[in-house]
Write a protein that binds this ligand. Sequence first.
Ligand SMILES: Nc1ncnc2c1ncn2[C@@H]1O[C@H](COP(=O)(O)OP(=O)(O)OP(=O)(O)O)[C@@H](O)[C@H]1O
Ligand SMILES: [Zn+2]
Ligand SMILES: [Zn+2]
Length: 858
Amino acid sequence: MFAKVIVDVPAKQTNRAFDYSVPPSLQGWVEVGSRVGVPFGPRVLQGFVVELHETTTVDPKRLKAIRHVLDAAPPLTEELVQLGHWMSSTYLCHEVTALQAMLPGALKAKYERFVQASEAGSAGRTELLLLLPAQENILNYLRSKGKAKMEDLLDAFPEDGGLIRQMLDEGQLVETQGMKDRLATKKALTVFPPGAHEASEAATETHDAGTSGNAPGLGGSADLLAIAEELPARSHKQKEVLRYLHENPRPIRLTELMDKLQVGAGTVKGLADKGWIGLREVEVMRDPYANRHFEETKPLPLTPEQQSVYDDIAATLDSRSHQVYLLQGVTGSGKTEVYLQAISRCLEQGREAIVLVPEISLTPQMVERFKGRFGDEVAVMHSRLSLGERYDEWRKIMRRQVRVVIGARSAVFVPFRQLGLIIIDEEHESSYKQEESPKYHARDIAAWRARYNGAAVVLGSATPSLESIQKTKAAPGGKPEYKLLKMKSRVAGRPLPPVHIVDMREELRSGNRSMFSRLLHRGLEERLLKGEQTVLLLNRRGYATFVMCRTCGYVAGCPHCDISLTYHQVSRTLRCHYCGYAERQMELCPDCGSEHIRHFGTGTQRVEEELVKLFPGIRVIRMDVDTTTEKGSHEKWLTMFRNKQADVLLGTQMVAKGLDFPDVTLVGVIAADTVLNLPDFRSAERTFQLLTQVAGRAGRHQLPGEVFVQTYTPEHYSVITASRHDYEGFVEEELPHRRKLGYPPYCRLILITLTHEQVPLLVRTAEAVAQRLRELGAAEQENVFASGTGEDFFMNVLGPVASPIPRIKDRYRFQCVVKYRGEASASRIVAKVLDEFAERTTKDKLTISVDVDPQMLM
Ligand SMILES: Nc1ncnc2c1ncn2[C@@H]1O[C@H](COP(=O)(O)OP(=O)(O)OP(=O)(O)O)[C@@H](O)[C@H]1O
Ligand SMILES: [Zn+2]
Ligand SMILES: [Zn+2]
């Protein structure tokens, strides 16, 4: 048997599969998707098996064998391996980078490097070589140890790093990589009465050792009583343990037993040493939600709108065909209930479902709704879990113990084998696009997996992205890519809240210098009197958190990046968000020596201060990056707010999404324009989406709601259409702008960023790249024209220009933007140009990164 393996070296030369033989000892272990260790040059590298064959065309003499298999079950499926291949060509990334992105953090890159003397090095061949004394020493050191960690070896021979490298290259030393995998599983000492043993590996791992139900073979436990009787009276603690285990003949965690009986570990261990009871380490699962009880919920009778949407999705599920739906439902229309019932249907068919939600709306409330309906069938994956917790949730998936996963972007890769449904809530959110390589969009991955599995995808939003809405329209001569489903009204005939636009210029003119307009002020006052709640949104983006000298105007900037430093209140430091550079808060201006330094803290903090000044005694919960870094803080704040321990929930985007609190009757937006002024072609769309989302938090239950949007640009169509809850109106205004400027959804973009330490070389290369792109684009255009297929291809290269942030980590940045229409040809052209320049850029240490469908042109 032969395997094709992609090795874990993200480089152009290794971006292909290499052939290896599967030794007889590993047959049956090596599968497509297995992680393996393979010899590669002088080293042993990690890799992924992507194909298995009975034959190979490679000369058997040159073929090396796979050394070992890293996991008992392959962490990737055949489907995911194929997906990796597709991602590599679609997003122009290395295949191994795509495959790595599918693994949970705990499995990634956590390997240690080991070195040993090679067989050739320790036997025959070395005698023929003349060894340096230092080489002898290194070999002797390794022979005495058998195998050493690379870092220990380098510690032992600090002068000889280069020599060690050379010995590796010459094959005297061999490097292997070992996983720190064991660290990633959690173990607990567990007491086993005789006869009670681990029923099966999986069972012991899921159960809490203390509550394991079955105690197979009780035969032995009678003996414990006999032993207890015979022990001397002074061993009363040991007697007690034996009696307890006689009465409860099942495994129990040592700490729990100690707690229950108030005995020491030594007492128990003594019994184990005598062989009367067993004491072993057992793997336990960390369950982040273990101590939470989730109220079980039953499916609600659907409204007619919900029913018709559900019926459509259910028909696709039943026919096992593949379809992407775009569900446009106003805020509070009950999209989540539709998701829940569609998932039920999918599970009834014996299939599995993935639910993606944006990271910041992956709130406990959201998790609760899914756990409440599907209980232990649900695994949760998000970045606020510890690495270990995430790993354990992932293993539940591998072992088929759960059939529903709810998580942020990367959960789209979970290795389900019978995927029936993928739901992407708030599909317009930019966090579904990964900003590092592989720069994928979860929406595209979901569509790909649905096609592969004959599954349904539901993209839900009150404000779908323009790209998605465009895909619901029929292409000339074809069927639309997505099917549009609509829910136009809120559940139970509740009205959408009226939205009032407040012109802040007007406020200033009439002498109100506060950040609260008179209307919003009165609204707050009324809510305090009535004991109702308010949500206040301050969009942090675009808000100053920098440090400025009021005497000379000096602004503290990063010495390595062309960007101002951000002031961090908690640590009293100034930090660069791009390179991590940090310095102490300054007392004097470095330019003019003035003491008048002003720290512009986060906007939310200033709002909070003003609230407390205007409404003494007001209870405010502030949610922003500063107050939510601690694990579980999110949950804490939201629970407090739900329990009405606060009058106002004040925050950034994180208060705008998904929250459903019955007593919120007022929503205020402090300044609607902060996003609007950003130099981004999506700024109007983002403004509309955010305003609509946050307005949707008011009046969702019995009490009617009301919204005030404060703005300096009340005439802007994104503000006006949002105030009317008018999605179609917004789209109608926005699309002509996009068409005129040639932006998505009328074309697609590829952003190419080049970086180097020196500007002249950078500019020269950037220009050469742009030039070559133009040549190939024009040639393709001619080809298409000549072929007469009438295919809609066009490609336009903008730039090179300096990037909006022209320098990061001492490297200058230039960018080109490729605008194009027409299938895949553009990415093929870009790939070709990258290929042509690869050698030159490696030699010059210049980097080129590519972002297909960028969310921001930064
Ligand atoms: N069929 C139904 N009957 C009664 N109540 C319902 C029904 N469907 C949903 N609800 C309730 O209506 C409220 C709003 O529903 P839900 O949160 O699912 O809306 P949504 O469309 O997801 O909103 P958003 O996009 O604003 O997050 C919830 O409190 C939910 O329990
Ligand atoms: Zn100054
Ligand atoms: Zn920096």
